[in-house]
Design a protein around this ligand. Structure first.
Ligand code: MN
Length: 299
């Protein structure tokens, strides 16, 4: 949990606590006694993220055999120069639009070529250039899979108790599985590098809750797009897909939907509710974001 809230930590923690964090919805205090307190505006909303992880009694049997837990950084660094699959996602912090994920298989002999055409972290490239790079990538012999979780489905899963982390995990896994099915059977053991978005063990738990075992040779790494060309390519594909979906939704609603989750977004939401009613948000937005309530306060 502390890792999950690392961007929101308030120091120093109160007496007897391991950490305290403050998000838009709640103040979260985790005590050494293994109790966690959620207080503030929307404590239920914040607590809901964790409801799929009921407190477990420490039990040796439960600790073993949970399936493969992805390894971290060092192992990932060791495989990024080999043929490997990389995966990344997009749209998770944007109020409007779906979340997308992509997995890409890059052979070791293709790494240099991809670098030379400018494949790198999509966050450092303008959306126009991204479109060009995508066109170039799809002419090459690079197996990839790009998947989209529509807003309708996203909101449905969120309301049934899925955290966004679980949705991301399932999207990464789906894209990776598609790519593994596209490549030769003798290449099935090739390493997988996932741009890290949660603790490896939590990823394993997300998949296990859907009866899925993490493939062998899966590695997690933060900022993986800097080290793995496959993850960089995946970041480009998933960003391109996100932008494409945003354009489609913008056309449908007749308004250029804004990316991100800023106050400007709140104003746009208010405008949309005024023009089309609140219901339409289910099909174009991640409605559990605090922006929805902020926008309603503007009406
Ligand atoms: Mn990422």
């Amino acid at each position: 949990m502390q890792y999950f809230y690392s961007d929101y930590i308030i120091n120093p923690p109160p007496k007897g606590a391991i950490f305290r964090a403050k998000t838009d919805d709640a103040t979260i205090t985790a005590y050494r006694s293994n109790k966690v307190l959620f207080q503030g505006k929307n404590p239920e909303k914040e607590a809901m993220i964790w409801q799929k992880f009921p407190a477990k009694k420490q039990n040796r049997h439960q600790q073993t055999n949970i399936g493969n837990v992805p390894t971290t950084r060092d192992k990932a660094l060791a495989v990024v120069h080999q043929s490997h699959i990389g995966s990344d996602e997009s749209g998770t912090g944007d109020y409007f639009g779906p979340i997308t994920a992509c997995a890409v298989y890059v052979r070791s002999d293709q790494i240099e070529t991809l670098r030379s055409i400018g494949i790198q972290d999509s966050k450092t490239i303008q959306d126009q250039t991204i479109q060009k790079l995508v066109k170039e990538l799809i002419t090459m012999d690079i197996p990839y899979s790009s998947v989209v979780l529509s807003n309708e489905k996203y909101n449905q899963l969120q309301q049934s108790g899925w955290s966004q982390g679980k949705m991301k995990a399932m999207l990464h896994h789906t894209a990776i599985s598609h790519v593994r099915n596209k490549i030769n059977p003798h290449e099935k053991q090739i390493p997988i590098v996932i741009d890290q978005f949660c603790i490896p063990k939590v990823y394993t738990n997300y998949l296990r809750s859907e009866n899925i075992v993490v493939p062998d040779n899966t590695h997690f790494m933060t900022k993986a797009e800097t080290y793995s060309i496959a993850v960089a390519a995946a970041s480009i594909f998933s960003r391109a897909r996100f932008v494409e979906e945003m354009n489609r939704l913008s056309n449908e609603i007749g308004m250029d939907l804004l990316k991100g989750a800023s106050h400007k977004v709140d104003e746009q939401i208010a405008k949309i509710i005024h023009l089309h009613g609140e219901k339409i948000l289910r099909t174009i937005a991640k409605i559990h974001f605090a922006n929805t309530d902020k926008a309603k306060n503007l009406l």
